[in-house]
Design a protein around this ligand. Structure first.
Ligand code: OGA
Ligand code: MN
Length: 214
């Protein structure tokens, strides 16, 4: 018997829509992707970690080198594995797992794990144009960013800029917006934040034995 009682059909449709967009164009943007109460708790977590100096400057890494280069990448992060578990992060991880299953069912990506961290960009910080999969991290397949800025307004900066073949798209980092894109092929950047900008960034990874990797 199918057991999906607590998950409404409309929500399943939205996940399928994300998968369809990913298949057709390599990216998808969804607004109000999670309940406001859950977003509020995740935002509170991220900002409290920042306030208590529990987020650390993120590094950029190529071929074994890990360097903190704030002019390239100015966010401060903490991996979720390294945070005390709570109901909000459990609910977020469950939502990401439903997305992972949907992507596997519709796109046959063989995604088997998820890594994720909180990120906070202080005023002045951004992240220069890059792609998320590089030689050191060949398993990263789908990137997922959930924005946690309930007070975001035009002029606050920190938009996600997607560099598409047909031009750029700027995504405001408003609370509840979920950006999903292919990690190996979509160049993107974070425009300079004018106010503290909070998010959860994650990657679905494929199985190391996936023949599509070879
Ligand atoms: C990243 C990244 C985008 C964003 O952390 O690799 O590109 O909008 N983040 O936070
Ligand atoms: Mn990125």
């Amino acid at each position: 018997m199918m057991m999906m009682p607590e998950f409404p059909a409309a929500a399943v449709d939205r996940l399928v829509h994300v998968a369809d967009c990913l298949a057709l164009q390599g990216w998808s943007i969804t607004e109000s992707a999670l309940p406001a109460e859950l977003l509020g708790e995740l935002e509170h977590n991220c900002r409290s970690l920042w306030a208590s100096a529990a987020l650390k400057p993120a590094a950029v890494g190529r071929s074994g080198e890990q360097l903190v280069l704030p002019q390239v990448r100015g966010d401060h992060i903490r991996w979720l594995d390294d945070c005390p578990p709570c109901d909000a992060t459990t609910a977020y991880l469950e939502a990401m797992d439903r997305l992972r299953e949907t992507l596997n069912r519709t796109l046959f990506l063989g995604l088997d794990s998820f890594e994720t961290h909180y990120a906070l960009y202080p005023p002045g910080a951004g992240y220069q144009r890059h792609v998320d999969r590089f030689k050191d991290n060949p398993l990263r397949t789908v990137s997922v960013v959930l924005y946690l800025n309930s007070q975001w307004q035009p002029g606050d900066g920190g938009e996600l800029r997607l560099h598409l073949p047909e031009g750029c798209i700027d995504v405001p980092p408003r609370a509840g917006t979920l950006a999903v894109f292919m990690s190996d092929s979509l160049p993107h950047e974070v425009l300079q934040a004018q106010r503290e900008r909070a998010s959860l960034v994650g990657w679905f990874r494929r199985r190391p034995d996936n023949p599509l990797l070879l």
